[in-house]
Design a protein around this ligand. Structure first.
Ligand SMILES: Nc1ncnc2c1ncn2[C@@H]1O[C@H](COP(=O)(O)OP(=O)(O)OP(=O)(O)O)[C@@H](O)[C@H]1O
Length: 256
């Protein structure tokens, strides 16, 4: 039985102003005013997911969707309680976490181990992963010589080869060129079908409806509405189609 429980989650990002050479000569009172500010990215988030739950997270740019995904993945320390039971696969920010001096082959093994596979399992899977990536001879060279599309192919191929209980997915996984994208989409759909819990950040209402049975709508870091995907998307569309709310897009979560 897998589960995700979030209790009273609160996340603030501190903003640090980088000081350049200009600041030695010019006193910029406007910049000073920005020091010691923070962005209140998530407030009072409570969530309870179990096997069979497929949750879409929707909301405008800067609403806190990716931050929430990262909190569930355990990337950010937060105030509140995060309890996750089950093996997680994260499909976002795919191109980070490579060992730049290591070859493609070595990175496949390393990432597999990082994702919780045993060395034996990785030896069994490595040929399939390599084949799916279609990187061929490039797998023999250090990944510092890869293009960004090649990074994504490699990371996607490994990340989707494991058998997670929980899948954390950001729709902005653009996996290489059109041919690879099509293959990747199929592999992703199969993975979505297999996992016990899906948490899916998306701007596409159709994707939310296709893949998810539950939905939360985030606004300024708070859950504005949660319910079935149908209910929440209907309310979201009605809210933003009403002329009164068209101007209220954007974020007001920068604070002293
Ligand atoms: N690493 C960071 N450091 C500081 N602020 C951050 C960081 N990441 C996100 N933020 C801020 O936190 C808020 C929420 O950002 P987040 O990326 O979670 O939103 P989002 O809903 O995923 O947006 P989008 O739809 O544009 O991807 C924004 O105001 C953003 O500026």
């Amino acid at each position: 039985m897998s589960s995700i429980k979030l209790h009273n989650i609160d996340l603030k990002y501190q903003i640090y102003n980088e000081r350049g050479i200009k600041d030695f000569f010019v006193r910029d009172t406007k910049n000073e005013a920005l020091d010691n500010k923070y962005i209140h990215a998530l407030r009072n988030i409570n969530l309870n997911l179990r096997d069979g739950d497929r949750l879409a997270i929707i909301g405008h740019n800067g609403a806190g969707k990716s931050s929430l995904l990262k909190v569930i993945a355990g990337i950010y320390p937060v105030s509140g309680q995060v309890t996750v039971d089950g093996r997680i696969a994260s499909l976002f920010e795919l191109a980070t976490g490579f060992e730049m001096e290591a070859t493609g082959w070595e990175n496949i093994k390393l990432r597999g181990l990082m994702l919780g596979e045993t060395p034996k399992k990785m030896s069994e899977k490595i040929q399939d992963i390599a084949e799916f990536s279609e990187l061929k001879d490039h797998l023999n060279i250090p990944v510092k010589y890869y293009s960004s599309g090649m990074f994504i192919r490699l990371a996607f191929s490994v990340s989707t080869s494991i058998e997670p209980d929980i899948l954390l997915l950001d729709e902005v996984v653009a996996a290489g060129d059109a041919h690879f994208l099509q293959k990747a989409q199929k592999r992703m759909n199969e993975l979505i079908d297999r996992v016990k819990i899906l948490v899916f950040v998306t701007h596409s209402m159709q994707s939310a409806l296709d893949f998810c049975n539950q939905c939360i709508w985030l606004e300024n870091g708070e859950i504005k509405l949660s319910g079935t995907t149908n209910e929440v998307i209907k309310a979201y569309n009605e809210y933003y189609n009403s002329s009164d709310n068209k101007l209220s897009e954007g974020n007001g979560n920068v604070n002293d």
